[in-house]
Design a protein around this ligand. Structure first.
Ligand SMILES: Nc1ncnc2c1ncn2[C@@H]1O[C@H](COP(=O)(O)OP(=O)(O)OP(=O)(O)O)[C@@H](O)[C@H]1O
Length: 218
């Protein structure tokens, strides 16, 4: 079953065609890597899919229905977008991992949060760590965890490993694998990283606002 269908999607701004006639479908639980030169329109495309930006042409179907027909808050719980610069809020790691519970009016599951931290090589007592004391890699791990405390159906990762050292990159790669295999999350991964492109099961290439390649390597 296709969880996502992108049909003839375009985006025009300031008389410039930034995306033009993009077509592809994504199967449930598939991992799709998206690459292409800087400025080619990759972020614009996934931001449109995440409903953070509107398209100017075409149609997108999520789980059998137009993305326009969903309640925006519900939709963003199911299709979650994570950016290269992790945005953390509040004062502590707890404030961030508790947030998904707060917006759902649910009691914070401290044990679940501690287990989640330990699964990404962060000690359970990191819950009370000030976010100003975290390294870049630790910030990214906490931001990713916040996005999956309640697993979305689709997780969009926009260059989340850019700027991370090898150790942190490796931990984030393991997180991605678990999100897909254990939590059954469909993933769209934007990357410039050669290793991530080489190991991609399916690689979509965007150039100059157009889909130039869609290669299945399985
Ligand atoms: N709302 C907008 N109005 C005007 N121009 C825009 C808008 N959104 C994106 N652009 C332009 O569209 C082009 C594509 O941007 P986008 O961020 O999607 O590229 P990208 O492929 O993700 O690049 P990078 O790999 O550097 O992140 C850029 O030139 C950008 O300035």
């Amino acid at each position: 079953m296709n969880i996502l269908e992108v049909e003839h999607v375009g985006f025009q701004a300031d008389n410039r065609q930034i995306l033009n006639d993009i077509n592809f479908t994504v199967a449930d639980q598939e991992v799709v890597t998206i690459s292409g030169p800087s400025g080619s329109g990759k972020s614009t495309l996934v931001r449109i899919i995440a409903t953070l930006q509107s398209r100017t042409a075409g149609e997108i179907t999520y789980n059998g229905k137009s993305i326009d027909s969903y309640d925006p808050i519900e939709y963003r719980r199911e299709v979650s977008y994570c950016f290269q610069q992790p945005t953390l809020f509040g004062d502590t790691v707890r404030d961030n991992l508790k947030f998904p519970y707060d917006i759902r009016n649910q009691a914070f599951d401290e044990q679940h949060a501690q287990n989640a931290l330990q699964s990404v090589d962060l000690a359970a007592n990191y819950l009370d760590k000030q976010i100003t004391e975290l390294s870049g890699g630790e910030r990214q791990r906490v931001a990713l965890l916040r996005n999956v405390m309640f697993p979305p159906r689709i997780l969009i990762l926009d260059e989340v490993t850019a700027g991370l050292d090898e150790t942190n990159k490796h931990i984030v790669h393991q997180m991605m694998q678990r999100f897909n295999q254990d939590d059954k999350i469909t993933m769209l991964i934007i990357t410039h990283d050669q290793e991530e492109m080489d190991s991609a099961k399916r690689l979509i290439t965007i150039e100059n606002g157009q889909l130039k390649g869609d290669e299945n390597r399985e």
